[in-house]
Structure formats: structure tokens, C-alpha cells
Design a protein around this ligand. Sequence first.
Ligand code: MV4
Length: 508
Amino acid sequence: MSKPPFDKVLIANRGEIALRIIRACRELGVRSVAVFSDADARAVHVREADEAVHVGPAPSSESYLVGERIIEAARRSGAQAIHPGYGFLSEREWFARAVRDAGLVFVGPPAEAIAAMGSKTAARTLAMKAGTPVVPGTTTALVDAAEAARIAEEFGYPILLKAAAGGGGKGMRVVRQESELASSLDSARREARNAFGDDAVYVEKYIDGPRHVEIQVLADTHGNVLSLGERECSVQRRHQKMIEEAPSVALTPAMRRKMGNAAIAAARAAGYVNAGTCEFLVAPDGAFYFLEMNTRIQVEHPVTEFVTGVDLVQWQLRIAAGERLPFPQHVEPRGWAIECRITSEDPGNSFLPSTGRIEYLRPPAGPGVRWDSGVGVGSVIGLHYDPMLAKLIVHAETRELAIARMQRALQELSIVGVDTSREFHLRVLADDEFVRGAIDIQWLERRLASLTGASPPAETVRVAAIAGALLAERDRGRRVSGGRRGDARAGNREEWVRTARREALRGS
Ligand code: MV4
């Protein structure tokens, strides 16, 4: 094999993404250094890395977010580079700069590119100069409500007020008529000031019922920038994505090519290097608009890896070491991939975080199934960090087969000890609108009641499973029936009996 990109890389993250990066390092012959807080002393990423350094107490503000400690850990361990993963320090311009100033390599874009995409108005200006379509609107901060009213008149209502420093929907207000303008501007400003310490607000035309589609790009230090196609991320709730897929049912090959070129142009304009993602809104009429660029590896990167066959995390390391991208400018998707984020939340109870110790875990396996997780039996799930336990990703020839494969994989999955989103995902996958691909960014919110409606309490299901197992055990060897078909309830019954049998036989 060719020369490893680095001798040793420090991973400034935890959970599944830390493990994902450790795996890429191992495959490339790079040694890995984990960091951990008090709460993570026994975590999977600590056990799996070649070395581990303690960086502070459980709160991330005192551990995973303390840049100097992380850089000091890299120095002491002799690492040459730091991979930030997603979240935590991954999109902090000052951190990318501090890593570089310490003589280390930041496995991500240059600090200048993070800064260029950090402000929404700056990113819009950049994209417009590059010829990338953006939502009609302004690029400068509003002075007052009178100015907003003039602009709204020009574009027509409804409009959207957005915080220039924004992100995650904070400081955003839809305004449907002039009489609401002044008060909406006040509240958008107040929210922006509290969240970002910057109350600059600008105006966009409000796009109704769009999809959220993003383009994965890779750029090397030699000026090559390429597109790896799109991910459909419309199934989200309060800006938390729940299910992602690649490709998107909404794109034709011609649109994919156009959006890919638009993303490449925006990335070039920002001087972008490494893996990045351009977010777009796709309107019901097929028009697409650049929103912002995420300057990190994203949670949902595996669906792109499945349909392109490209290892994005390996390429992050190879690009950081100065390697050249050998691919054509556009990589076409093959087959269909879907990801479900398995979280420790109770969807039946407003997605309340669930805590506890994982007592039993059966991860799904088999053809086309990938389980990216940072937890195992014995892991203690608390409230200090994100509730995502794992990502379940499947790949199949068509969307229909990928949905069937995901259902099969979710049925194989068993987690005991915390409530999870497993059932919720099964309901989404059985929803007729989801199956038809008739989804937009408001779809999940609209469907929430029917997707999270009453189901029997966990204890009832457990008792029923035990009863089922006993019956299945009694009937073992003297069952002659085979053909109960064409009845959905019979299908459920068979699934239920299978589950009961598996649970009853586990450990024996
Ligand atoms: C929009 C929009 C409609 N029209 N801009 C939300 C967070 C930020 N990233 C951009 N967002 C939106 N911008 C215009 N002109 C609707 C959203 C939006 C959204 C976008 C992507 C994914 C989920 C979303 C949920 C609600 C609103």
C-alpha cells in the first residue's frame, strides 16, 4: 500500500464519529489518539483508539470544547494532525487557526474558508459572485422595519427574516403581511443577539414547502474540486434530521449535474479544501437555491459513501496530507442508501431524552447494512452529550428495496436499557407518503401525531414477547402450517413470533 498520510492523528471528538475516524486511520496505517472526559473514561472510542488522553470533566465546555487542552494533548502524544469530526470544535475558525499556529494539520478546511462560510450574508455574497443561485433577498443587514417593508414590497410576501450570524433556525421569522413586520423584526433581532451576540438580520423571499437537499463536495490542495452528488435530508424535526437518503427522488440527472456545478463554484469561491457540504432548498417547482455551506464532515456522510463507493473520511485524511483527488468532477450515484439516526429519545413523549445503561444490544447485520455506533453493552447514556446512539445505514439497488432492507434491519435491532427511536423509524418507513417520496421539510411535523401515537407500554410488550416465546417454544417441531399470506396482520404476527423466539433464545 502507499505511504500513510500521517503517523498519528488526534481525534477531537467522541461517540460514533470518533470510532468512524479511528477506523479510517487504522485502514490507512495511521495511529489514532482519542480524547475523553470523565464521563467517557470507559467509552468505546477510548477503548478502540491506539492511545487516549483525558481532557477534563463531563461538561463539553470543560473538555471536548477546550481548544488548548486538545492541542496540548496532540503535542504531548506526538500527533501531527487533529481531526475535529462534527459538532464541538469542527467549525470554529479560531480553533482551525490555533491548530495551524501550533504547527499541526487541521483535518478540515482552512480557517479562512470556515470564516467565509460562517456568516450567512457573506456566504450569500460569495455564492452570488460564483453564479450559484441563492434565494432572492438582500445581502446586507436591515437598518429598520421601514427598509424591510420596502424590500418585502419588492419581493412580495411572505418573506423570511434571518439572522446574518444564524444557524439552526435561530433568529428566523416568517412574515406574511406588513402589519407583522415590526414586531417580527424585533423578536428576530432579540433572538439573534441572545444566540450569537450579533443582532444583524436580513431578508429573503420565503420558499414554501421546499425540500432540503445538500451536495457533498471534496476539494484538494491542488485546486481539484468535485461533487459526490446529493443527500435528501427533508425528514427532520426542529432542525434535527431523522432520516437521510441518497440520491433524492426530487432530482433528475440534469438537476444533479447543475446543483453539483453550483456547489463546486461556491466551494471554489470560498477557497475550500477538504470535505464540505452545500445546503440547498429545492422548491416544489424544481428551482434550487443555495442556503449555506457546512465546513465539516456531516453525520449523514455514510449514505454518500454507499452510493459512490468513496471513503470520505479516508479522503479527509489524504487531502490533509496533500494528496491529489483522482476522481472525475462528478461521481454518479449507484443504487439507493438510507440512514436512520437511532437516538435515546422517547418519540411517544415529545422526544424526551432517555437515560440509562445499555443492558443488551443486538446490532443489525447482513447484506447492505452498516451500523455506525459509539456505544455497546455497559455504555451509560447520560444527558451531557447528544442523544444519538448510532446510525443505521442500508444500501440496495432501488429505493423500494432500500426501504425493505431498512425495515428488516430495524426489526433485527434490539436495544435494552434506554428508550430509542427504533419504533418511530419503523412507522416512518411504513408511511405511504414517505414510501412515495412525497416529503418536504415540514412533512415530519405534519405527520408527527400519526407517527408517534399511542403504542402499548414497554412492559406490556415485554410480557407479550415472553408469552409469545413460550407459545413458540411449545409449538416447536409440531408446526406444520406454512402459508398464511396476503394478510398484513398475519405478517405482523409472524414478525412478532420471530422477535419473541429470538429474545427468548438469546444467551442460551
Ligand atoms: C429558508 C426556508 C424557506 N425559505 N429560507 C432553516 C435553517 C437554515 N439553515 C435555513 N432554513 C430555512 N431557510 C427561505 N428563504 C426554510 C428553512 C427551513 C429549513 C431548511 C432546511 C432544513 C430544515 C428547515 C426547517 C425549517 C425551515
